[in-house]
Design a protein around this ligand. Structure first.
Ligand SMILES: [Zn+2]
Length: 470
């Protein structure tokens, strides 16, 4: 906290906080210009196309993710970013090798499944057992803790509610770990779930799961929505036996990394924007999270062009971060917070784009209580792009949650996620799903927002004097 207090002594901070006089007009005017220019941006989309074409799928810790880092450094240099570097970290590695499921009896036929990230494999030759269906994870949790599932395959058939803000995900995703953990506690030999998703296509959705300490690790996989329906129909007719065969490969220690590029500012303060570079292995990671990489890179590039034409250098350094290994447990996010712990007091703002490429419609903030009015000033500019002001409880995006927990102000520029969970973590997550105009609106909003974050005197933390704490 001492460093923050020291910064508070600068005269601009004192002025801004005393009268809460908001964002200077020259800053909002430049932001308005960036917003206008961003609406026709194509740099952001080009970055997504390049990443998803030249690298493709890039699972955290894989050789493909390593190639993505090489690609990223080259891309950032070619776009003119400074201080381009990779900050590495170690992690355990998991990848799928083989997956197969089928109804064996009484209606023999294959079912489309995908292993959930971190699942153990089945014993050689697979497992077979009678399926016991639970409509929801809560039903399974409420089932008696006895051996009633001994030798059985548990099937959690819970659906997910489609919403614009993705709020259905929080509930639905619990079964991804919960089915295996709760099934194993009752003797199950494997766990199947209906994919965590909102589509009706025959693409199973993968995603990370975690075993509870002390609980037997049973193999677990997701059925595509129509395959879950099919299994449900079979179960409505008769007891059903299913076979499941999963093989996975793991390594104790591999290297991953965060790739960074910067636009230097006049002070040592920092505004962080970015997305995550890794993806799941099934698709090419266009909406998750090639889009976030493209949006924030396009925005920063636009700001760079503004600087080049006006000679107007931002107050703070704009740091673009491509986090590594997000999908497999926010490993890059944790590594960044650890490796930068000594300069977190100088992090004025952080925001990650990680919800596809739908248009931004709302901005949630997480500012100091005496700084929430700055959100109103920002929205006066973003309003022209159709963005409204939300609450002051923003998460900032998955990779900035560790920064938020350490006191860094964040915003979430909330995107329309109506279709996001149709594609999320499936083989269908490819660039044809991205509308370049929608992506450009994101670039515009990020550029305008980032410029204001980088140039608002005093920043966005609570004024220590105002709240009476150090
Ligand atoms: Zn993501």
């Amino acid at each position: 906290m001492k460093k923050i207090v020291a910064l508070a002594l600068s005269s601009s901070f004192a002025l801004a906080s005393a009268a809460s006089e908001g964002i200077p007009t020259d800053v909002t005017e430049a932001a308005e210009e960036l917003l206008r220019a961003g609406m026709t941006d194509r740099v952001g989309f080009q970055v997504v196309e390049d990443l998803t074409t030249e690298v493709g799928p890039r699972l955290g810790g894989s050789e493909a993710e390593a190639r993505a880092r090489v690609w990223a450094e080259a891309k950032l240099r070619s776009l003119g970013f400074e201080n381009v570097r990779t900050e590495t970290f170690s992690m355990p590695y998991w990848e799928r090798a083989y997956e197969y499921a089928a109804i064996e009896h009484p209606f023999p036929q294959e079912l489309l499944v995908t292993a959930l990230g971190n699942s153990v494999g089945t014993p050689e030759g697979g497992v077979r057992g009678q399926v016991v269906e639970f409509e929801t994870l809560t039903d399974l949790i409420n089932a008696p803790l006895d051996n009633s599932l001994e030798g059985k395959i548990v099937f959690v058939n819970e659906g997910m509610v489609r919403t614009q803000d993705g709020s259905g995900y929080g509930v639905a995703v619990r079964k991804r770990s919960g089915a295996a953990n709760e099934g194993a506690k009752r003797g199950a030999i494997a766990a199947l779930i209906r994919s965590v998703g909102t589509d009706s296509h025959r693409f199973p959705h993968t995603g990370g799961m975690r075993y509870e300490e002390g609980v037997t690790k049973i193999p677990t996989a997701a059925l595509s929505a129509p395959d879950a329906d099919q299994l449900e129909r079979a179960l409505n007719r008769s007891p059903v036996t299913v076979s499941l065969d999963l093989a996975v490969r793991t390594l104790d220690k591999v290297t991953s990394g965060n790739v960074i590029g910067e636009i230097p500012g006049q002070t040592d303060e920092i505004v962080v924007i970015g997305g995550h570079l890794d993806s799941w292995d099934l698709g090419t990671g266009a909406v998750d999270d090639g889009a976030g990489i493209g949006i924030t890179t396009g925005a920063a590039k636009l700001i760079m062009e503004h600087i080049n034409t006006t000679g107007e250098k931002p107050l703070r350094t704009i740091r673009l971060v491509y986090w590594g290994s997000e999908e497999v447990g926010l490993l890059g996010a944790r590594a960044y917070a650890q490796q930068h712990k000594d300069e977190l007091g100088k992090h004025v703002m952080a925001a990650e784009s990680d919800f596809g490429a739908g248009r931004i419609w709302k901005m949630d903030t997480r500012f100091g209580d005496d700084k929430v009015e700055l959100g109103v000033d920002i929205i006066r500019v973003l309003d022209a792009a159709g963005v409204a002001l939300g609450n002051n409880q923003a998460t900032g995006g998955p990779d900035v949650t560790p920064l938020r927990a350490l006191g860094v102000p964040v915003v979430t520029l909330r995107q329309n996620g109506w279709d996001y969970f149709d594609l999320h973590h499936t083989a269908d997550d490819t660039i044809d799903k991205i509308d370049p105009d929608d992506l450009a609106q994101n670039v515009a909003v990020y550029a305008a927002f980032t410029w204001m974050a980088a140039n608002t005197p005093g920043g966005f933390r609570a004024d220590p004097a105002a709240v009476g704490t150090e």
